[in-house]
Design a binder for this molecule. Structure first.
Ligand code: GLU
Length: 441
């Protein structure tokens, strides 16, 4: 069975980049009728916070990305300890005592000599007496995985044939001096024990993947199929990392972006398939095809979310927005008309507020100087609210008879006088909703 997982660290709010990863893994699982795990990578007690874990669940629920199971790394520390013991027994995990400053010095020396800054494995030469001495002097060391120096190869679901010379990277640290198990090991143990079959993540993880493949093999597990999606950039190709803070899913939600817009854009952005509006992640999953994605960085423009949000919002049937409209104070009897009138003129549902305010409090009229006299005459001919469906045509007929104006010259100044805008809803439909018009009460 296909099993995928989304594995955020609860150290911040989810942003569009995280959503891309979550959505790909979700769609792979759903398309295959498999299982999707939410895994909280919370082995760092200093940076992980419950508040972020809650926020992650809330954001995923808002998007309709349901998970079949939740796992937390902080509850599985015994599993990681057991795996570490197995690696130690095989001689694949070795203790190192260099301080960060010493490692930095080594790195700089290597770079000065034009060599790649790969850990020199000097800790492998320590005998047990030296290890004892260092432990007494410096406290427990950190533990590195001894890579086999061979070429690590895999077929990446997006990037195709990939390989990495293990000798070109440092033996990864799996356990810190303070005993904290690092992601590289924890993730592998989880993927193997939870039967994860497919892992999609950002291309910043490619090197991790290579080393993790060896760790999986050392633990006797089967490596999942890996795929690395390109990183998102801004519309000009600029890095998004600094801006991701403002592209948090909850901020976009606060700006009125609809889940359907976010899901539809991110499910297809960077692929050869066109963006199509779907209202659920399951509908998007049906046509999801990992092989249609390319390796090039993917440009993301948050402004693209608004036309999609607009299209989605305008497609909603009255029943879907009824509650929201009634909550604005729109009387039940007028609610359906209000939706009919407003829907073509909003981008986000929040814009409904402005239209109801216009109906109840009146608009700031927009009156051109050359129309001032005409509008004054017209308004004098307008009876007091309430109005009905024939009010607009009755009024404009009388104004035409009184002033001789017709067509656009007649209608446009009147529309602007009542709504403050040159375009908008059908006026005959709007009139019955207007409780206040310029120059009255
Ligand atoms: N917690 C890791 C991250 O957010 C998970 C990476 C992975 O998918 O393995 O980068």
């Amino acid at each position: 069975m296909t099993v995928t997982r989304f594995a955020p660290s609860p150290t911040g709010y989810l942003h569009v980049g995280n959503l891309r990863t979550a959505l790909f893994n979700y769609m792979i699982a759903r398309k295959a009728g498999g299982s999707f795990i939410l895994r909280l990578d919370d082995t760092d007690p200093e940076r992980s916070r419950e508040e972020y874990a809650d926020a992650i669940r809330e954001d995923l629920e808002w998007l309709g990305l349901t998970w079949d199971r939740e796992e937390r790394q902080s509850k599985r520390l015994d599993r990681y300890a057991e795996a570490a013991d197995r690696l130690r027994a095989q001689g694949r995990l070795y203790e190192c005592f260099e301080t960060p400053e010493e490692l930095e010095l080594k790195r700089r020396k290597q770079l000065n000599m034009g060599r790649p800054p790969v850990y020199d494995r000097s800790a492998l030469n320590l005998d047990s007496a030296e290890i004892e001495r260092l432990r007494t002097e410096r406290g427990a060391g950190h533990w590195r995985f001894r890579l086999d120096h061979e070429r690590i190869e895999w077929v990446d679901g997006i990037l195709g044939d990939l390989s990495l010379d293990a000798a070109s990277v440092s033996d990864p640290v799996l356990i810190r001096g303070d005993g904290q198990v690092l992601y590289t090991l924890a993730s592998v143990v989880d993927d193997v024990e939870m039967g994860v079959t497919d892992v999609v993540r950002g291309s910043d993880h490619v090197t991790n993947t290579a080393t993790q493949i060896q760790i999986i093999q050392a633990l006797g597990g089967t490596a999942p199929r890996f795929a690395h999606h390109s990183l998102l950039t801004g519309p000009q190709g600029e890095g998004l990392s600094k801006r991701l803070g403002t592209l948090a899913l909850r901020d976009l939600r606060a700006r009125g972006v609809e889940p359907a817009a976010l899901l539809s854009l991110l499910a297809r952005l960077g692929s050869s398939q066109p963006v199509e509006l779907h209202d659920s992640p399951d509908a998007l999953a049906e046509s999801f095809d990992l092989s249609s994605f390319g390796a090039a960085p993917t440009k993301f423009d948050e402004n693209d979310l608004f036309p999609l949000t607009r299209a989605y919002v305008q497609s909603l049937p009255f029943e879907a927005v009824r509650g929201r409209i009634l909550a604005l104070g729109v009387p039940e009897a007028q609610a359906e008309r209000f939706w009919r009138v407003a829907r073509e003129n909003i981008t986000v549902l929040e814009d409904l507020k402005g239209w109801w305010k216009l109906c109840t409090e009146g608009a700031e009229p927009e009156i051109a100087e050359e129309d001032a006299e005409f509008v004054e005459t017209a308004l004098a001919l307008l009876p007091d609210p309430p109005y009905d469906e024939s009010s607009w045509s009755d009024w404009t007929t009388r104004v035409r008879e009184a002033t001789g104006r017709k067509g656009k010259g007649l209608f446009m100044p009147l529309r602007k006088a009542l709504t403050g805008q040159g375009q908008g809803p059908d006026m005959a439909d709007l009139m019955p909703l207007l409780q206040k018009v310029p120059g009255r009460g």
